[in-house]
Write a protein that binds this ligand. Structure first.
Ligand code: HSE
Length: 428
């Protein structure tokens, strides 16, 4: 056997603890596969004494994660602290400057600073790997950078936040309102410390940013993603969708079109019988379309100790085996600034609104849609609630701009109560 690969782990939360567990329990298996032992040399975390259910007494302790990164007896720094700036970024930069490879699960840091960190990794001749940052245990980064490297990728879409998928499926299955299920998810520990990261779609958009960079050879550009969370989805929307044979998902879509790169992370309706429509609970799914493979669907656990630590370990194993790859699958200098499509392509839209229950109200809304060039495909009016008539409209394919124009005109009529809910329907 050759020399061991020596790890320093910064962050001993759920994922860090899971990584320690894998190294301790699978030592022989990992050494056989890598052709060399994998050893943990030092760790750093907020609390030295917290009971994590794993024995860390054999490892050196560093209070300062940056000091851990600079140790001369470490080959790979595993960054599991999180946060887009602060200690995580300082540690990553220090480790790479000291010639160490870095494995991270930090989607926020890479979505915001990915380009400069990729350039730094190349300048220092080290690996910067992040499989665990995207869709937990699903090897989506390896699939895109390696297995599908011979394809021109045309579209990637998927459910990339398990917490949102849990909330939406639980609302439907238990007929519970958003607020109740949100609190349930909180009690179960599913929510990030800042829940907006989950329900605001930010965590999922970070992941989509990294997927897009690899799939389309563009610089990571989080701000280019059209973003909307699930906070406004009500049980009425869930019921209406079910009535139409559809389900609501927080769906990420990145596709290269003649107009440029379209990227969105928004609540969308998908056919209930489709693979995405069937996805339940905290599971993630990524659908990749390429010119040679047509379609590949990856499905699996998007979070949790075992799955995320498994993804970290996969990256560590690649480094142990001597496998090197550009951070985003091609040299950082060749990543292009994404040309964002100014407007999304045409698709069918779902609109739910409350109308004043008086003669001519529906006609005024239909007139507004017609004036904006939006054609109605299907329409339903549900049982009246006090003086409000809930109305559901499915349009023929049209642009978001046309929908926004139609809604602005509808609001001017004075018959619409509150803000209409609008979602794209992703049929294929
Ligand atoms: N909070 C995330 C999710 C896991 O629910 O999918 C880490 O990104």
């Amino acid at each position: 056997m050759t020399s061991p690969l020596r790890l320093g782990i910064a962050g001993l939360g759920t994922v860090g603890t899971g990584l320690v567990r894998i190294v301790q329990s699978h030592g022989d298996l990992l050494a056989q596969r890598a052709g060399r032992p994998i050893e943990i040399v030092a760790v750093s975390a907020r609390s030295r004494t917290r009971n994590r259910g794993v024995d860390i007494s054999d490892y050196d302790w560093e209070d300062d994660p940056v000091a851990l990164a600079r140790r001369t007896d470490i080959d790979v720094v595993v960054e599991l602290m999180g946060g887009e700036n602060g200690p995580a970024k300082a540690l990553t930069e220090a480790a790479m400057a000291a010639g160490k490879h870095v494995v991270t699960a930090n989607k926020a840091m890479l979505a915001i600073h990915g380009q400069e960190l990729a350039e730094a990794a190349e300048a220092h001749g080290v690996a910067l790997r992040f499989e665990a940052a995207v869709a937990g245990g699903i090897p989506v980064i390896k699939t895109l950078t390696e297995g599908l490297a011979g394809n021109r990728i045309t579209r990637v879409k998927g459910v990339m936040n398990g917490t949102c998928n849990y909330i939406l499926t639980r609302m439907e299955d238990a007929a519970l309102p958003y607020e109740t299920v949100f609190e349930e998810a909180n009690q179960l520990g599913y929510l990030e410390a800042d829940p907006t990261l989950d329900v605001g779609g930010i965590d999922a958009a970070h992941k989509l940013t990294l997927i897009s960079a690899i799939a389309f050879g563009v610089r990571p550009d989080f701000d280019a993603i059209a973003l909307e969370g699930i906070e406004r989805i009500s049980i009425e929307d869930i019921r209406a969708a079910a009535d139409l044979g559809l389900r609501i998902k927080l769906l990420g879509v990145a596709q290269m079109t003649g107009r440029g790169l379209e990227q969105s992370m928004t609540p969308c309706l998908v056919p209930a019988e489709s693979p995405l429509g069937q996805l339940k609970g905290g599971t993630n799914m990524v659908v990749i379309e390429g010119d040679s493979i047509e379609q590949v669907i990856l499905r699996g656990p998007g979070a949790g100790e075992g799955p995320t630590a498994s993804a970290v370990m996969g990256d560590v194993m690649d480094i142990a085996r001597g496998f090197r790859l550009s951070v985003f699958g091609q040299p950082a200098s060749t990543l292009e600034a994404p040309i964002s499509a100014k407007a999304m392509g045409s698709k069918p839209w779902y609109m739910r609104m409350g109308l004043l229950d008086k003669p001519g109200a529906l006609a005024k809304v239909a007139e507004a849609l017609g004036s904006a060039g939006v054609s109605i495909n299907r329409m339903r009016q549900y049982g009246h609630q006090d003086t409000r008539a809930p109305v559901l409209i499915i349009t023929h394919k049209t642009t978001r701009d046309a929908i926004d124009h139609a809604i602005a005109l509808a609001l001017k009529t004075g018959v619409v109560i509150g803000e209409p809910v609008v979602m794209a329907i992703e049929e294929d």
